[in-house]
Design a protein. Structure first.
Length: 363
């Protein structure tokens, strides 16, 4: 049985990349010996359920900066990979690229860099360096969309065969989801970070909620205290803070999506947002900025939601108000929420991952 490792910098965080890492480990464990590795953890443990056949290991505690941990972490990882006979390592997002590449140098272990974000997302020199190293020195690069695949090929002058795009998949639900389009509740799920556009959400909510005093807005996720403080201040100034409920991190989609009739996403950048796929599964009409990349792959504008030109707050307010005013329209969009989702079929996408492993390791 082939032995592979899936590497994420901090798996105690609750986010899309962490969920992707766990889901991939679980799915691949049926055919491979899978090691899910976290370089460091600063929380209580994994936020998502892990198959008992997956070998999980965390190397360090706390939340040190990547550059502070790189040399020590690469030596520690190298020893682990050699000890367990790992043949292939997936780096989930850029943060672990340098650690992975140093650890695998000269060992014959194959390396794959999986970028969880759009290439348009640039939060500093560290990410740019990590992306460059992954693009140039990993054996393969995996993006979430074909658009970003082309962007990687052009930006880093890569051969077409080096870069693949593989969608996130839709996990099947147990039973029929609870859907209630008469509920007067808006939902947003996402880590409290600049990338998620909570400053834009504040502008939208500050217009929508005072105009609709019988509606409320639930926000799930944790993150930067300063982001939350700015959001709270804006909502308080608009007189609608009492209509917003900060739920924090909650485990299990069934405890998040039911009871809402509208999903809103205000991100500046995404990769292929899992939250939009999950919202579709629960029949929620979606209003999202058509940011790079992902929303346009998921939302059919005017059919199961609205795509709004980045970052047109006035138009987003108009689209949300249209849905608030028309229960029948919400119901119609809800009924079409799962249209065009065949491309996110789990079996199809899992076969792509298996094909990639076969390409690198053979039989």
């Amino acid at each position: 049985m082939k032995r592979i490792a899936i590497l994420r910098y901090n798996l105690s965080h609750v986010g899309g990349a962490e969920k992707v890492a766990v889901n991939l480990a679980n799915a691949l464990s049926a055919d491979y010996e899978v090691h899910l590795l976290s370089m460091t953890m600063d929380g209580a443990g994994l936020a998502f359920d892990l198959d008992p056949t997956v070998h999980f290991h965390n190397f360090f505690q706390g939340n040190p900066r990547v550059r502070e941990l790189t040399w020590k972490a690469s030596r520690t990882l190298r020893a682990y990979l050699k000890q367990h006979g790992i043949e292939l390592v997936f780096s989930i997002a850029p943060a672990t690229n340098t650690i992975m590449l140093l650890a695998c140098m000269g060992t014959g272990i194959k390396t794959v860099f999986c970028d969880h974000h759009s290439l348009a997302f640039d939060d500093g020199r560290g990410r740019r360096v990590q992306r460059y190293l992954g693009a140039k020195f990993a054996d393969k690069v995996v993006t979430l969309t074909d658009e970003d695949r082309e962007n990687y090929i052009q930006k880093y002058h890569l051969k077409a065969g080096k870069v693949s795009f593989i969608y996130n998949w839709l996990e099947s639900l147990e039973g029929q989801p609870e859907i209630d389009m008469t509920a007067k509740k808006i939902l947003t799920v996402g880590r409290l970070s600049q990338q998620k556009g909570y400053d834009l959400l504040a502008k939208v909510a500050s217009q929508i909620l005072p105009a609709n005093p019988d509606w409320t807005w639930d926000i799930y996720g944790e993150g930067q205290d300063s982001i939350k403080a700015d959001l709270v201040a804006s909502l308080e100034a608009a007189g609608c803070l009492h209509q917003v409920d900060f739920k924090g991190n909650v485990k299990g989609m069934d405890h998040i999506y039911p009871g809402h009739s509208l999903y809103v996403m205000t991100s500046y950048h995404e990769g292929l947002p899992l939250v939009l796929l999950e919202a579709k599964q629960y029949g929620l009409p979606i209003v999202s900025f058509a940011c790079p990349t992902g929303p346009s792959e998921i939302v059919s504008d005017g059919r199961n939601g609205y795509l709004v030109a980045p970052y047109d707050v006035a138009l987003m307010v108009t689209r949300i108000q249209t849905l608030i005013d028309d229960t029948d329209l919400r119901q119609s969009m809800s009924e079409q929420s799962m249209d065009d989702t065949e491309k996110f079929d789990k079996a199809r996408i899992l076969a792509q991952w298996q094909g990639l492993i076969h390409e690198l390791l053979g039989e």
